[in-house]
Design a protein around this ligand. Sequence first.
Ligand SMILES: NC(=O)c1ccc[n+]([C@@H]2O[C@H](COP(=O)([O-])OP(=O)(O)OC[C@H]3O[C@@H](n4cnc5c(N)ncnc54)[C@H](O)[C@@H]3O)[C@@H](O)[C@H]2O)c1
Length: 383
Amino acid sequence: MTRRPIGIIVNGVTGRMGYRQHLVRSLLAIREQGGVALPDGTRIWPELVLVGRNEDKLREIAQRHGLTDWTTDLSAALAREDVEIYFDAQVTQQREKAIRQAIEAGKHIYTEKPLAEETEAALDLARVADAAGVRTGVVQDKLFLPGLRKLKRLIDGGFFGRILSVRGEFGYWVFEGDWQPAQRPSWNYRSEDGGGIVVDMFPHWHYVLEELFGPVQAVSTVIATHVPERVDEAGRAYPATADDAAYGIFELAGGVIAQLNSSWCVRVNRDELVEFQVDGTEGSAVAGLRNCKIQHRAVTPKPVWNPDLPVTENFRAQWTDVPDNEEFDNGFKVQWEAYLRHVVAGEPFRWDFLAGARGVQLAELGLLSAREGRRVEIPELSR
Ligand SMILES: NC(=O)c1ccc[n+]([C@@H]2O[C@H](COP(=O)([O-])OP(=O)(O)OC[C@H]3O[C@@H](n4cnc5c(N)ncnc54)[C@H](O)[C@@H]3O)[C@@H](O)[C@H]2O)c1
């Protein structure tokens, strides 16, 4: 067995996503399974260089996982010849600058979403990366969730007939930080620090809608900052300047209407933290992160509206679970494996910077729609 080592900078490894999903659940898990296998039997072997701002935290993470390569000097890490990939899971605002530096250093780049804060900047990154001939990728983890994979399977198998609409509910209560600490970093609630639920979630909705149901052609959004003051990690009260809820309608090519609510100010009365109900002429489905249940037209009950009578049926019990039929691995890891095969073996990988820029565009135009109180069409983005 030939091992093909590949040096990867992991920047932002002390953060929530950088540590848990990318370092532990993806890159270290790939090493634990013996690397990523190529058709010729070669195994791609990630060699990690942890990068961050805080020496103590980096040292502690490195020691915890038996790693030895870490630095607070990004430029020095980028200058290394044995490093081929730059990965970014920093706060969104720091991303563009670091990625530009990595492109200049000739590294391939994989990054968390959103690619940048503005469409123009994201598109420019795509162009500059193309010109430099480096291979790019943006995290689109939701596509690899078991629930959405089952939904895709239903679509591909023609279960729905003609799809009419998609209703999505995403969210949970994020504590304000006063009497219980918040479970998300405070920068998420400050627009001046790159926060806001539209910037956070619309890039996800873009690729989910496009890959499952069709390209997004227009967006109408209402946003709110329902909780105007929060308390940060240091216990200081701060004004929440960013949107913490977004109510969006997305019109898709082919006529499907998607209506997605995203909120950090909602208490969960669902089976999962995100759920999409898809209604089609032949059947309907409700998909979450892991599960997916269906109801076919042949078994659809016939409710009659009569508020004078108590509910006669248990509607939730009338749905059938879609079986797994395969093993689902962690979505972040599956996408990492695909990206590594893309870099090393040239396998196709469609979730590149242009795809990332289109996600940023949907967020930007969603915010424009909210600001101006109108429906906004989404122009095609090209290199
Ligand atoms: N794919 C997903 O499902 C998903 C989910 C959550 C967040 N994200 C994205 O991941 C990125 C990181 O989010 P997170 O929730 O892990 O955030 P976090 O606050 O937990 O981590 C941020 C990281 O950036 C570093 N950083 C660098 N410069 C900084 C600065 N000036 N101020 C603060 N931190 C700085 C921090 O040290 C830390 O390592 C964001 O871009 C976010 O949009 C993606």
